[in-house]
Every structure is written in structure tokens, then in C-alpha cells.
Design a protein around this ligand. Structure first.
Ligand SMILES: Nc1ncnc2c1ncn2[C@@H]1O[C@H](COP(=O)(O)OP(=O)(O)OP(=O)(O)O)[C@@H](O)[C@H]1O
Length: 242
């Protein structure tokens, strides 16, 4: 599980995260929505310590975030992260992309890492692409490879930061289906996305951010049918008329 309490983050004078409090309990899917620049990516990056925070506390699995050393490496291994850009290693095959970190960080043998990688590639539907290089795959397939790579570390939680934003429209659904499958299996997930269909179907809770604050934290049913704040109404008005 993930919990944040009283988290503040500044970039210079810009107050990007303001007294953030929230929780993602084990097995829940929390979708973070909000206008551009509201702090969603920064929140994701803070959870993985890719971005230091100025005050407050973030815990993953009941432990405060370590700032360096072995504990930080262990935290990063426990938190799988999938970004908008897939960030696969271009000169490694898909299966090698998936086996790399478990061998290096978890010290898994190469045969075991390969077996697990093939199972994961099967699960995300691209086992037949295992020996190809990233550039030979479609964007949707590359993003599914990135999800398999994150899962190979056996993370306790998965963070997704706009995982479908860089994809051509026809590939969005295949990635969302993979994510919905993970949610159904009980993976703890924090997902920043503009995909309202996914939020409605897969999220246990929706967190709405605006201008660095959490303005609403509710069920998708309540959020979409009866948003409480003017800011959420305004946001939904803009998104849903598109
Ligand atoms: N490294 C940085 N240095 C300075 N300012 C930054 C940095 N990263 C983000 N910001 C600023 O922090 C604010 C929050 O950015 P963030 O990327 O977290 O928002 P977001 O809600 O994820 O937006 P989007 O939906 O466009 O990705 C923005 O005003 C952004 O310009």
C-alpha cells in the first residue's frame, strides 16, 4: 500500500504539491485525474523518490521512503513504474529488456529470469515478439513490454503515469485491457490517466487534483455523477464534451 501525509513539494517558488494526504490500500486501484500542470506526475515521481519532497511523509508498504543506498534500491524494486514513454533499451531484445533488472537487482539466475519473462510476455500478449527489438514493435506492444518489465521485479505496487498518452488511438485499448487485467488480479495501482473509461471501470477510487491540491477523493460513481467542487465540475465539463 501507499500512503502520503502532509506532502509538500516546491520547484523554486512554485508550490506543486500542497499538503497532500491520501492512501492506496493493498489491492486497490486509485486513478488520479486533473488538469495539466496540477501535479499528478510529480506525485507519482515523489512516490518512487525520483523527485525529493520538501516536507511530509510518503510510505510504501508501511515503511517510510528511504533516501539512498540499498533501501532506496529495494524501494524502487518494490514500486513498478510505467511512463508515457516506454523507455525500453533500444539495443536489447524485448525478452532481454524484461530479464535485465531481475538479474541485476534481484540476483535471479538467467534461466529463471527468462522463464519468468516469457510468462509475463505471454500474460501481456506479446510472447511472439520476445526476440524482436523495441523499434520493431507497435507503440501498444512496446508499452505492454514496459509493463511486463516492471512486473518482472515482482513489485508490491504499480505506478502508471499517463501510460496511453503517447499511443495512437487504436492501441490505447490493448494497454488499458492489460492494466484492467492486472487490477482484476488484485495489483495495488496508482494510475495517472485521462482515460475516463478506465477510471469508471477499473478504479476503486478517483483522486482529483487541481493546482497541487487533492480537491476530491471519492468513488468513480460519485465523482462522475455528482462532483462536489466547482473545479471538478469544470474539469469534467471540458473532458466529457470532447
Ligand atoms: N523539473 C521541474 N522543474 C520545474 N517545474 C516543474 C518541473 N516538473 C514539473 N514542474 C511544474 O510543476 C507543475 C506540476 O507538473 P506535473 O508534471 O506534476 O503536472 P501534471 O498534472 O502531471 O501535468 P500533465 O497532465 O501536463 O502531465 C507544473 O507547473 C510544471 O510546470
Amino acid at each position: 500500500m501507499i500512503s502520503a501525509s502532509g506532502v509538500n513539494k516546491y520547484f523554486g517558488d512554485l508550490h506543486v504539491l500542497k499538503e497532500i494526504d491520501f492512501e492506496v490500500p493493498r489491492g486497490q486501484v486509485v486513478v488520479v485525474l486533473g488538469p495539466s500542470g496540477s501535479g499528478k506526475s510529480t506525485l507519482c515521481r515523489a512516490i518512487n523518490r525520483l523527485e525529493p519532497i520538501n516536507s511530509g511523509e510518503i510510505q510504501v508498504d508501511g515503511k517510510p521512503l528511504p533516501s539512498e543506498g540499498k533501501a532506496l534500491a529495494a524501494l524502487r524494486a518494490d514500486v513498478g513504474m510505467v511512463f508515457q514513454q516506454f523507455n525500453l533499451f533500444a539495443h536489447k531484445t524485448i525478452v532481454d529488456n524484461v530479464t535485465l533488472a531481475p538479474q541485476k537487482v534481484r540476483k535471479v539466475s538467467s534461466s529463471e529470469a527468462r522463464k519468468t519473462a516469457m510468462e509475463l510476455l505471454e500474460r501481456v500478449g506479446i510472447a511472439n515478439q520476445a526476440e524482436k527489438y523495441p523499434a520493431q514493435l507497435s507503440g501498444g506492444q512496446q508499452q505492454r513490454a514496459a509493463i511486463a518489465r516492471a512486473l518482472a521485479m515482482r513489485p508490491k505496487v504499480m505506478l502508471f503515469d499517463e501510460p496511453t498518452s503517447a499511443l495512437d488511438p487504436e492501441m490505447v485499448q490493448e494497454v488499458l485491457d492489460t492494466m484492467t487485467g492486472l487490477a482484476d488480479e488484485g495489483m495495488t495501482m496508482l494510475v495517472v490517466t485521462h482515460e475516463m473509461g478506465f477510471a469508471r471501470r477499473a478504479a476503486h477510487r478517483v483522486v482529483f487534483m487541481s493546482d497541487g491540491e487533492i480537491v476530491e477523493d471519492s468513488t468513480p460513481e460519485d465523482f462522475f455523477s455528482a462532483p462536489k467542487s466547482e473545479r471538478a465540475k469544470d474539469f469534467l465539463g471540458k473532458i466529457l464534451t470532447h
